[in-house]
Write a protein that binds this ligand. Structure first.
Ligand SMILES: C[S@@+](CC[C@H](N)C(=O)[O-])C[C@H]1O[C@@H](n2cnc3c(N)ncnc32)[C@H](O)[C@@H]1O
Length: 289
């Protein structure tokens, strides 16, 4: 019975993929619109892992740096508060997320609502070069092959690509729970997430992705952070409000109809002696052209 349910679900996925009906870039942007006011909860816990990567000493007042998929502007804000005084360009697909950055705008700091890869490819077509690109927590949303190729073309020789990303082994049990809820509620499933959502296995694999495209790995690393809540409802709230579940609201016709099932699933899959826990495993790297 269980096997039959999963076969039906995967059959539906294949049908959607053939029709190219998967969660789109714009829909991820719309998902982030919904959580723009609560995204700071993520930064409150995970921001400390980004700060050491914001190396303003690599740039000067003549530099141009892009904060790609800038969200609410955590990296831009850190750069500016650490004294970065060159040109800064923030790009994000979510209208509501990027709106949170507008207070930083001035002659040298601009923000654009656009697809990140398209933005770099357009820059490359125009022959515009920059000194640095930061990408925080957004690697899985982007077509990595196109991203790294375009970034290489857009960076000046000696320029830096600096990134931090979730990696394989993160959110243990979350995907399985969501799939189970999908299999049990197949009539409520609209479409799957895009197949491009691919996480690096570990820091070595992240390094290889960039080295294959001509970058030198200057510094790579990995880490893990756990969050723990007293109830599965609180754990679900964390996952939802921080954008961890971005796209899941587009997978179902009406995610509200399956919220109880999701919470029930997390109750089973994430219970530990300390409470309801989930891990955030991540990799980071500084790559030089
Ligand atoms: C987890 S947030 C990271 C925000 C920010 N970089 C940070 O470090 O806090 C992911 C961001 O990626 C953006 N995003 C997702 N797909 C995108 C795309 N195709 N182009 C540009 N931004 C995208 C989302 O809108 C969201 O703001």
């Amino acid at each position: 019975m269980k096997l039959f349910k999963y076969l039906r679900l995967y059959g539906k996925f294949i049908g959607c993929m053939v029709k190219k009906d998967t969660v789109t870039n714009d829909e991820y942007g719309k998902s982030y619109d919904q959580i723009a006011n609560t995204y700071e909860n993520w930064l409150g816990v995970m921001g400390k892992h980004v700060k050491p990567l914001i190396k303003t000493e690599l740039f000067n007042r003549d530099s141009t740096v892009i904060d790609l998929a800038c969200g609410t502007g955590f990296i831009s804000h850190e750069l500016l508060s650490k004294g970065y005084d060159g040109q800064l360009i923030g790009v994000d697909i979510s209208e509501m997320m990027i709106e949170k950055c507008y207070h930083m705008k001035n002659d040298k700091v601009q923000f654009y609502q656009e697809d990140a890869v398209k933005y770099l490819e357009d820059m490359s077509d125009k022959g515009v070069l920059v000194d640095g690109i930061f990408l925080g927590w957004a690697l899985p949303y982007l077509n990595q092959k196109r991203l790294i190729k375009a970034a290489y073309e857009v960076l000046k020789p000696g320029g830096y690509f600096i990134t931090i990303s979730n990696c394989k082994g993160t959110l243990t049990g979350v995907e399985k729970t969501i799939l189970e809820v999908m299999a049990n509620n197949i009539e409520k499933v609209a479409k799957p997430m895009e197949a491009k959502v691919r996480l690096p296995k570990n820091k070595e694999e992240l390094g290889k992705w960039f080295e294959k495209r001509g970058f030198n790995s200057i510094h790579i690393g990995e880490g893990e952070e756990w969050v723990c809540y007293k109830s599965p409802e609180e754990l679900y709230k964390w996952l939802k409000e921080t954008g961890v579940l971005a796209g899941v609201d587009k997978v179902f016709y009406d995610v509200n109809q399956v919220e109880d099932s999701l919470i029930d699933g997390f109750k089973k899959s994430h219970k530990t002696s300390k409470g309801f826990q989930v891990n955030h495993k991540f990799v980071y790297g500084i790559f030089k052209k």
